[in-house]
Every structure is written in C-alpha cells, then in structure tokens.
Design a protein around this ligand. Structure first.
Ligand SMILES: [Zn+2]
Length: 199
C-alpha cells in the first residue's frame, strides 16, 4: 500500500475486530498512529498499516491472541510449568535470531548478518503472531529440544515465507536438497514433517 494513501486514511470511529479507533494520536515518519479502545477496556496505539494490512491485521489489544494461545495450550495439554518453559524458549529463538543477524560480536554473525541475512519480522509481536501456534504444535509432536527455526532457502531471510519449524535431522537433510525442492516444501507451509511434504 502506498504510504500516501495511508496518511490520508481517516479511521476515527472505525472498528477493527475488538478495536475501535478513538482518535489520531500522532503522525511520525509518514506513519499515522491511532489511539484505539479494545472491547476489553484497554487502550492501545496502532498504526494504519497494522490495522489495514491484508495479512493478519491487528484485531485486539493483544487479549485476542492470549485467548487463542491459552486455547492452543489446553488443546495440547501442557502443564503450567511447561507453558512457561515453552514461552521462554520461543522468546529465546527470537533473541538468538536477532543476535545472529544484527550483533556483530555474535560468533555466528558472519554466517547470518554478515552475509546479508535479515529478519523480515518488525517486532517480536509479529514473529509471535505468525509462528507461535505452529511452534506449539511442533513442540508437542517433537519436543522442545527438537524444535528449531529452519530457513528453507539458506540464502534467504528470516520471514514467514522462508521459515518453518524443523527437527535437527530435518534441518540437516534440508541442506542437501536443491533450492527448488526447498522452495516447494516452503510452499506447503508450516507442516514440518517430511512425510507430509512428499510430492
Ligand atoms: Zn483487549
């Protein structure tokens, strides 16, 4: 969407899922920030882009995602302690990825950021929204230790389209596949089992 169009948008009073736009809070760097009130009572500020994008637009202050997450957890029967551990591990995946790509003193930086590999998720929230649910499913099936963030095209960036959860052995096998094969697997989405992606 062209940024000019975003700037002109008047969202006052509009509803986006649980969020109702109260007023324009500020404009900064070509972005419009809207004060929104969530049905749960919390007020949050969201940009036009977050509210209007086609791919998973923001639809609550975050309470919606929390509900979805707790449903996913109960579906998989994780205990309270396990939940905390899974959450912490997921966050560490984000931090480690950031470090490999952006921290020059990371010992692996030269294989990632140093080769121009970037992260296309703007924030942990985005990362979480895109791949948290599939993370839980993978952990449930293969364990926490066997759940790694794998880039399908190893010269490609960290993005939803180029990543999937995979076990260590799947990661290693993946390196021996042709680029075309890897892209074909990625198109199958986030199903990580090799058996499922035979085509
Ligand atoms: Zn809310």
């Amino acid at each position: 969407m062209p940024s000019g169009g975003q700037n002109l948008a008047k969202l006052d009073g509009q509803r986006f899922g649980r969020l109702v736009v109260l007023r324009l809070e500020k404009r900064e760097n070509g972005k419009a920030y809207w004060l929104c009130k969530c049905d749960c009572g919390r007020e949050v500020i969201k940009t036009t882009q977050l509210l209007r994008r086609k791919n998973k637009p923001v639809r609550s202050c975050g309470c919606l995602r929390k509900e979805v997450t707790s449903k996913t957890f109960s579906k998989h029967g994780f205990s309270r302690m396990a939940i905390d551990k899974v959450k912490a591990t997921f966050y560490r995946k984000w931090k480690n990825m950031k470090s490999r790509c952006e921290n020059h003193s990371n010992e692996d930086y030269r294989h990632y950021g140093g080769r121009g590999i970037t992260i296309e998720w703007d924030s942990f929230e985005e990362f979480h929204k895109d791949i948290w649910d599939t993370f839980i499913v993978h952990v449930d099936e293969f364990s926490l230790k066997q759940t790694t963030l794998d880039r399908v095209d190893c010269n490609g960036n960290y993005s939803k389209g180029n990543c999937r959860w995979a076990t260590w052995s799947t990661q290693v096998e993946n390196r021996t596949l042709s680029k075309e094969r890897r892209v074909a697997i990625a198109k199958k989405g986030w199903e990580t089992r090799r058996l499922k992606v035979k085509d």
